[in-house]
Ligand binder design. Structure first.
Ligand code: SF4
Ligand code: SF4
Length: 136
């Protein structure tokens, strides 16, 4: 299966283009912003130390899915989850359960989680991300 991976984190400048691309693809209404993004660039305490990107690392036994009371997060074959938005009641148990803080709270009360579609890779101008085949 193909998965979003970090290729070279040293090149990340925290520009947020991956985040804006993700948000625009998945927002229910067209928007320029980051409220629907499932990937988050963060500074590592100042520009000298660079930046990194946080996104779902596709756990093989996802704790986020285990705590979801409605089945809105379904484990995917090979790791990670599928998000079934209509089942989500916005309890945020999954946000607490993800040890990587890779589930993000949307402004509408729902959540955003990476589904490993690889769309953001096309928008990173620095070659930080890649979408590649992984063995599961
Ligand atoms: S969102 Fe977090 S807990 Fe769920 S599969 Fe991804 S990394 Fe694992
Ligand atoms: S916020 Fe939604 S997806 Fe997350 S645990 Fe609650 S119902 Fe499930």
């Amino acid at each position: 299966m193909k998965r979003l991976e970090i290729k070279d984190i040293e090149k990340c400048v925290g520009c947020g283009l991956c985040m804006f691309a993700c948000s625009r693809k998945f927002a229910s209404h067209p928007e320029i912003g980051n409220s629907s993004s499932a990937i988050l660039p963060v500074s590592l305490s100042g520009f000298e130390r660079g930046a990194t990107v946080i996104f779902c690392k596709a756990c093989s036994e996802p704790p986020c899915a285990q705590v979801c009371p409605t089945g809105a997060l379904k484990p995917k074959k090979g790791g990670g989850v599928v998000y079934i938005e209509r089942l989500c009641i916005g309890c945020k148990y999954c946000v607490e359960a993800c040890t990587l803080n890779a589930i993000f709270e949307r402004e509408d009360g729902k959540i955003a989680v990476c589904i490993h579609c690889g769309y953001c890779v096309n928008y990173c101008p620095h070659g930080v991300l890649e979408y590649r085949e992984v063995k599961t």
